[in-house]
Design a protein around this ligand. Structure first.
Ligand code: URA
Length: 211
């Protein structure tokens, strides 16, 4: 499904795995594996429009005129900490991608997003960037991460999450109209604590068994 620059990938395998992730009885190990598997399945679609160039390759039989990825290569940037769970899944399909990391917290007094960690590949401005966080809840962190990346001259950003709330989609689209959102499920709403309903709980806690 496509709504403006929101793409919801509801392939049956993705829906099945997202349902297993939602189940509160799913173990930490299973949850981690499912996040990685869904990220791999989504990488297939997220990379659908990467440009190709024609090359000549010698097979054992003849010279083939065939295609390889052209120009810009990819970088994946997980938002700490839950985004880390998606990295290996994407890299299994795009092993040449480089990995940057960004960490953001919300100042408890001002509620402003503060970047507390950022380490990016040196050539990231020449790459297509896949920014990742499993949950697009209020959209504040994701939009702030895009802002911090753009301040460094980075363009060509796409945002990939597993579950999005309509409120988060609206906020993100208002702040980052040029950044497409790819998700696996669009849920009902946010609750008063900023959690997605029905969602899957706290993705970081479920990935790392911290609660
Ligand atoms: N972050 C999470 O991990 N889960 C939510 O439901 C919202 C934000």
């Amino acid at each position: 499904m496509e709504q403006g620059n929101l793409f919801v990938y509801d392939h049956p395998l993705i829906q099945h795995k997202i349902s297993l992730m939602r189940d509160k009885h799913t173990t930490t190990k299973e949850f981690r594996e499912l996040v990685s598997e869904v990220a791999t399945l989504m990488a297939y679609e997220v990379t659908r429009d990467l440009p190709l160039e024609e090359v000549e390759i010698e097979t054992p039989m003849a010279v083939a005129r065939t295609k390889v990825l052209a120009g810009k290569k990819m970088a994946v940037v997980p938002i700490l900490r839950a985004g880390l769970g998606m990295v290996d899944g994407i890299l299994s399909l795009v092993p040449m991608a480089k990995v940057g990391h960004i960490g953001i917290f919300r100042d408890p007094d001002t509620l402003q997003p503060i970047e507390y960690y950022c380490k990016l590949p040196e050539d990231i401005a020449e790459r297509d960037v896949v920014l990742m966080d499993p949950m697009l809840a209020t959209g504040g962190t994701a939009a702030a991460a895009v802002g911090f990346l753009k301040e460094r001259g980075i363009t060509g950003i796409r945002f990939v999450c597993l579950i999005a709330a309509p409120e988060g989609v609206r906020y993100f689209q208002s702040k980052c109209p040029d950044v497409p959102i790819f998700c696996a499920a669009l849920d009902e709403r946010l609750n008063e604590h900023g959690y997605i309903i029905p969602g899957l709980g706290d993705a970081g806690d479920r990935l790392y068994g911290t609660r």
